[in-house]
Design a protein around this ligand. Structure first.
Ligand SMILES: Cc1cc2nc3c(=O)[nH]c(=O)nc-3n(C[C@H](O)[C@H](O)[C@H](O)COP(=O)(O)OP(=O)(O)OC[C@H]3O[C@@H](n4cnc5c(N)ncnc54)[C@H](O)[C@@H]3O)c2cc1C
Length: 394
């Protein structure tokens, strides 16, 4: 028998995160969000609230200061943040810290690395980042130009990484570098780089279209010295083991806040459409409006089931890499279209900053790009279902 019902603890978790965010984060956010969006500044008071609830180390084992949450529980908690309306950029920074940097560390880190770093990510003493994308192109994440060469008991890194979430405020960077270029994806190693390491710098903070509370930057390695005990996982296995695990979470769990947000948007649109009148009746009577809202609702239900299923596979120790790519492809293209239509339903109000939906549109626009573009996801899925060989795209 298949049982699709959520365990009571997960329902309770969703409720408690939603309530916490509604009572403790949203009142602060209402006062500062638009101003910080304009100035492109990180919302430290919201980060403090993430910390207070234990979200910074949510999926980490309890012995390292985490909550020991499963991938499914993390998905549901993150979805509740979106449902409550927590700022997309702040949740993106939280995800880069907890999921992109913390999850691989928790999965592949040595005992010493977990004690040194995971505990500090959990308490917020350190802010985490993940850095694979390079200025020459992020889609081709196999042919890295950043190199790491062993010299005695250190690795010497040279190169740069672009579009790195949290870089301007980051303390710990999970960095991918080529250790044997002749092996392409089988010659990449993951390193844990502290911001204070010799030869490391943040060269600039970037200005963005959306998610503007989340700082993004470029980082540079100039003969950067990394101690050998800071190799994460095995040498040359950084891509094959670690990046594929990261992409699995990034292309599923990490997208759940926007699933929660869509539910909230639909509720707001329903209320609006039932109240706003044109030609003597509520606009909800017009088929053109109904179609947009119904399509959103159908997408929402399909997305949530698909997302939970992928998270469930992750918790079984599987690597639902292709499923995560197909989810991201489906979700990215869908959410961008739906928020575009949400603006349309609101008419002139949708175009105004006060409605906040224009901000939502700027935020979700990233989903078809960050974490691997829709074109790349389509290629991954095509290769899998058509049985094509070749590892040139991940
Ligand atoms: C706000 C933001 C935050 C980010 N955060 C991080 C982060 O924390 N860490 C990190 O490492 N990276 C991060 N990224 C980088 C992100 O993952 C890359 O932008 C993305 O992978 C695309 O790489 P690119 O921008 O270099 O585009 P390119 O790879 O140059 O692609 C340009 C265009 O070519 C298309 N294309 C490329 N190859 C193919 C192909 N084989 N078939 C069809 N089309 C193709 C792409 O789909 C795209 O349309 C972030 C990006 C943004 C915008």
């Amino acid at each position: 028998m298949i049982d699709f019902s959520l365990e009571p603890e997960l329902i309770q978790l969703k409720d408690s995160v939603y309530r916490y965010a509604t009572d403790n984060i949203i009142p602060i956010q209402e006062k500062i969000q638009l101003e910080l969006d304009e100035k492109e500044e990180f919302a430290w008071p919201i980060w403090e609230k993430f910390k207070e609830f234990g979200l910074l180390g949510f999926p980490f084992p309890q012995e390292y200061g985490g909550q020991g949450a499963s991938a499914l529980a993390t998905t549901i908690a993150w979805e509740a943040l979106g449902l409550a309306g927590v700022d997309g950029g702040m949740v993106m920074s939280l995800s880069a810290h907890t999921i992109l940097c913390g999850v691989p560390l928790m999965t592949f880190g040595s005992e010493d690395q977990k004690k040194r770093y995971l505990t500090k990510l959990a308490t917020g003493e350190m802010i985490g980042c993940f850095a694979i994308t390079e200025p020459h192109g992020g889609s081709d994440s196999i042919h890295l130009k950043t190199t790491a060469v062993k010299k005695g008991d250190r690795w010497i890194l040279n190169g740069s990484k672009l579009y790195i979430t949290n870089a301007p405020i980051g303390d710990l960077f999970l960095v991918l570098a080529a250790t044997d270029k002749s092996l392409s994806s089988a010659g990449i190693t993951a390193f844990l780089v502290e911001k204070g390491f010799k030869g490391f710098s943040v060269s600039r903070k970037l200005q963005k279209m959306g998610n503007r509370l989340s700082p993004t930057g470029e980082i540079v390695f100039e003969d950067c010295e990394v101690p050998e005990e800071n190799v994460l996982g095995e040498v040359n296995m950084g891509f094959v083991q670690i990046v594929r695990t990261i992409f699995g979470w990034e292309r599923s769990v990490m997208l759940s806040p926007s699933v929660g947000s869509l539910e909230t948007v639909i509720k707001a649109l329903m209320a609006f459409a039932n109240n706003r009148t044109a030609f003597g009746k509520p606009i909800s009577y017009f088929q053109a409006i109904q179609k947009k809202i119904v399509d959103m609702k159908v997408t929402l239900e399909v997305a949530r089931s698909y997302l939970y299923t992928i998270a469930w596979h992750i918790d079984r120790g599987e690597l639902p890499f292709v499923e995560a790519s197909s989810f991201k492809l489906f979700w990215g293209d869908s959410i961008v279209q739906h928020i575009y239509e949400a603006i349309q339903i609101l008419g002139g109000l949708g175009y105004m900053r006060e409605s906040k939906i224009e901000k939502g549109y700027r935020d979700v626009r990233l989903i078809t790009i960050g974490g691997g573009t829709s074109e790349v996801q389509r290629t991954i899925v095509a290769r899998a279902i058509l049985g094509l060989s070749g590892k040139e795209i991940e």
